[in-house]
Design a protein around this ligand. Sequence first.
Ligand code: ADP
Length: 378
Amino acid sequence: MIGSGQLARMSVGPAVELGLSLSVLATDPDDGGALAAAHAPVGHHADLDRVLEFARHCDVITFDHEHVPDEVLRAVEDLGVPMHPRPTALQFAQDKLAMRRRLGELAIPCPRWASARTVDDVREFGASVGWPIIAKTPRGGYDGKGVRLVSQPEDLADWFADGAEILLEEKVTFRRELAALVARSPSGQAAAWPVVETVQTDGICTEVLAPAPGLDPGLAAAVTEAALKIAGELDVTGVLAVELFEIGVDGPAGATTSFVVNELAMRPHNSGHWSMDGAVTGQFEQHLRAVLDLPLGDPRPRDRWTVMANVLGGDITELYSTYRHLLARDPALKVHLYGKAVRPGRKIGHVNVGGDDLDDLRERARHAADFIQGVIDE
Ligand code: ADP
């Protein structure tokens, strides 16, 4: 696996259980994934020689992020080591402009969008869809970084300084954010987890509700169908997360709902962390099965509801000091910490809890995350 963050770390357990030897190309020997994996040589994912040396010792390559440069991906492919997802698919998770163009060809519902190189392009797009609009850097964004709300064309002048091409989107008025997670193997088998609701705070996902409460079954089916279509048409191998907005539509028959796709990730994803404890097959095991072209596991939920709450860095730096109280208070709680240095606002872990009473589960998950963060002390 190229990359040594929390996704690599959470892949280690399932790899051990399947008897696989998972090597991690570590950006830093202190990364959470590097500390967990038995074999974690150090090397940067943009260092061509280092990546090739790593790849020569692998039977199959996969990723914990989408930041490996194209020329490095091509060189690994030329080496003949199978790579999942393949660069031809991965480009649509790396580049939001390429993603919008491709999804348009597939007639997948998307926000109205345009590519811009100048302030005048921004003015024209804003005039046609209405202000404010959303601007995105096509590459390298995460957790809302690289996304800007733009109220007037001049707000984006700094982004064009070096001749960059920027993605512009209408600002969608959505009811809530959803995510559809599917896995697909090289031989074409696919499996879909239930569609979930993702709750964002200040551009960061803080909570996931699985399945999305009150989601219209017809919309759930349409969203799942779209995710499977994207996986198939783009030839995605491994886990694919499709982030979406649910929108309300007023029509003659009354209010209905519909969706537009926000973005894609081709790897295990924050919106699927609930599945580690809440589904028969969790996303990390499923990703490994998929990239090895093994039969996929059952994605069905174990509980009526599973709630995942992200733990963000806060006041407490020695997180294990919270365990005695937390684990005694709620024995059903599952805690996952990423072994990362604690910095304010950084995702450093998550908790999962499953059961029948959604409000109660949300309260317990939120309490646990707040307690680990140091927001509350009892
Ligand atoms: P990132 O790659 O950083 O996750 P996203 O494209 O997912 O960036 O955008 C981050 C957040 O910004 C989204 O979760 C959503 O809340 C908001 N957002 C993104 N695009 C739009 C849009 N077109 N309309 C309204 N809100 C948006």
